[in-house]
Design a protein around this ligand. Structure first.
Ligand SMILES: Nc1ncnc2c1ncn2[C@@H]1O[C@H](COP(=O)(O)OP(=O)(O)OP(=O)(O)O)[C@@H](O)[C@H]1O
Length: 279
């Protein structure tokens, strides 16, 4: 069984260790004129931290994630990961989009193996297959290894995408609303699987969501963006709930409703005011 040691972040608690990622004064413009989509965005991500980014449509969340992925360039500012500026995609960053983007002519296991081979080109065929199967097992797809994407449900395809991202053992996993298209039941199941895998592997995650409860369940910290144009990173909120929380139990944890009310109030009321001189 492949071990996850390359996957694991340093053992120090994220609150005291050196950041894995440092985002400084990030700004993005798509045209020559007019205000930027966002500006003055600075934050850090610690090793093994799960950070969720929330904000209204159009404030630039996907643009930030794409810059972290190296798929887009910022108009200003920098993203430093492990001491190096991110300027292009890299296998140390795994990306999961809302659309699974699987290769339709390959089976589930072949899709994952394809990614494993790119990341670990010196592994033998058997080792690649073993690793691919291992990650498909982790997301509960042991019975669907040889199915093609067209033969899988939407939730299963999304799981293959998650297994594929984990199989490359990235230093950071970037997820852009990965569960947005799923029904509530499937979404809940995959969220819990993701939590377990992250706890076991100490995976660092940066994830975009529109769902406040999803952020409270998954995130160690929630970043709140004000509305665009010229959106800002308005707040960074530590999640005070114990990491052992589950979907069923979290409503009973002290602080749940305070946190939930704070996030909802921000989205409903304050997100339109921050940075516009009215907050
Ligand atoms: N390639 C592009 N060219 C021009 N404008 C773009 C491009 N990509 C994004 N934009 C614009 O930048 C703004 C931010 O887009 P982005 O997708 O980053 O926002 P978002 O917060 O992720 O939105 P949503 O929650 O709806 O996915 C939007 O106004 C969008 O129209």
């Amino acid at each position: 069984m492949p071990n996850d040691s390359a996957h694991a972040a340093p053992a120090a608690a994220h609150a005291v260790s050196r950041p894995l990622v440092e985002v400084s004064m990030l700004e993005k413009r798509y045209g020559e004129s007019g205000p930027p989509v966002f500006s003055d965005v600075s934050f850090t991500i610690q090793p093994a931290e799960f950070v969720c980014l929330i904000g209204h449509s159009g404030c630039g969340k996907s643009s930030i994630l794409n810059i972290l992925a190296g798929l887009e360039q910022p108009s200003g500012g920098t993203v430093i990961m492990d001491g190096h500026e991110i300027t292009r995609p890299g296998l140390e960053r795994g990306v999961v989009f809302q659309g699974h983007a699987l290769l339709p002519w390959l089976s589930a296991v072949q899709n994952v193996a394809f990614a494993v081979r790119s990341r670990f080109p010196t592994l033998s065929r058997a080792e690649i297959r073993e690793k691919a199967e291992h990650y498909l097992h982790l997301v509960g797809l042991h019975n669907a290894l040889d199915k093609k994407p067209a033969e899988l449900s939407g939730g299963m395809r999304q799981r293959v995408g998650i297994a594929r991202a984990f199989s490359t053992q990235p230093r950071m996993l970037l997820m852009d609303e990965p569960f947005g298209a799923l029904d509530a039941l499937t979404r809940g199941l995959i969220q819990e699987e993701l939590l377990q895998i992250c706890a076991r592997t100490r995976q660092t995650v940066f994830m975009i969501t529109h769902d406040v409860d999803e952020a409270i369940l998954l995130a160690d910290r929630v970043l709140l963006m004000s509305n665009g144009p010229d959106a800002r990173l308005a707040e960074s909120i530590d999640n005070p709930l114990p990491r052992t929380r589950t979907r069923e139990s979290m409503h009973h944890e002290t602080g749940f409703y305070d946190l939930r009310n704070h996030l909802v109030d921000f989205l409903v009321r304050r997100s339109a005011l921050v940075g516009k001189g009215e907050n």
